[in-house]
Design a protein around this ligand. Structure first.
Ligand code: CDP
Length: 240
């Protein structure tokens, strides 16, 4: 990551998976697919698939963890052992602990947690297939799962990755592109409020390139936000 790669990832203006630089992979979204959860969603970007479930608001135990004035959001991000070609050892590691935290921080600003003193909202992100950009796929999924659980939200949170490969600025890095990128940037946005809730960058970019990538991320998130809204409207239209 962050190094100039000798691998040809763009040939004749197209990426290896035939995408244009600013094109995402095929994005699919479902909500309400896990019936035992209060809310759930599945989001895929090409071969990256994240399942998310939300449980709560529910009373938080042990009680000393409770906040008297507000509710809390807890997030667990996990990559299934079978989600990558080289089997990943099961259980939490430093990466999953960090990603769980950044997903939580990306979503917290969108939720009215003050309405739920002493309770927890538990969000799970399970990556069942990993081919790059899993944290942003997980953020899109958890945002939908929270909305489908009926948790009051100021806005949906919408996320995508952008970056630079072979000197070209691109949108939505797949696994090979991520591994060989000169830079990759994960961005989460609350589109209606126009707030950025996650910005993580690896590698090297000029300031102009970074600004251009943020612009691309904003445009891409606008389209993803539209898809999120549509899948929620489609699922819940007509329900009380
Ligand atoms: O997935 P994301 O881009 O948010 O985070 P990353 O740590 O930059 O990981 C990039 C990619 O590396 C993942 O999406 C997976 O495709 C791959 N990876 C892997 O193959 N094995 C791991 N243990 C971790 C990541």
């Amino acid at each position: 990551m962050g190094k100039k790669s000798d691998i040809e990832l763009i040939v004749g203006g197209l990426r290896k998976d035939k995408r244009l630089p600013e094109q995402t992979r095929e994005i699919k979204m479902k909500v309400g697919n896990i019936v035992s959860a209060n809310g759930s969603a599945e989001v895929s970007f090409g071969n990256t698939i994240a399942l998310s479930s939300v449980h709560g608001p529910r009373e938080l135990f042990p009680r000393h963890l409770q906040e008297s004035q507000t509710g809390i959001l807890r997030v667990r991000y996990n990559m299934a052992p079978f989600s990558v070609d080289d089997r990943k050892s099961p259980g939490p590691d430093r990466r999953s602990v960090e990603i769980s935290k950044v997903i939580r921080l990306a979503l917290e600003p969108a939720i009215f947690l003050d309405d739920y003193p002493k309770v927890t909202v538990d969000g799970f992100v399970e990556v069942i297939q990993a081919d790059g950009s899993t944290r942003v796929t997980g953020i899109n999924a958890l945002s939908l799962a929270l909305a489908s659980a009926g948790i009051p939200m100021k806005d949906l949170v919408t996320a995508c990755s952008v970056g630079k490969i072979n000197g070209t600025l691109i949108v939505d890095l797949n696994g090979e592109e991520d591994n060989n990128s000169e830079s990759d940037v994960a961005v989460a946005i609350m589109p209606t409020s126009n707030l950025v809730t996650l910005l993580q960058m690896d590698g090297v970019l000029t300031k102009e390139e970074l600004m251009h990538l943020l612009d691309l991320a904003k445009k891409t998130c606008k389209d993803i936000h539209e898809m999120q809204r549509n899948v929620l409207l489609e699922k819940y239209k007509g329900e009380e």
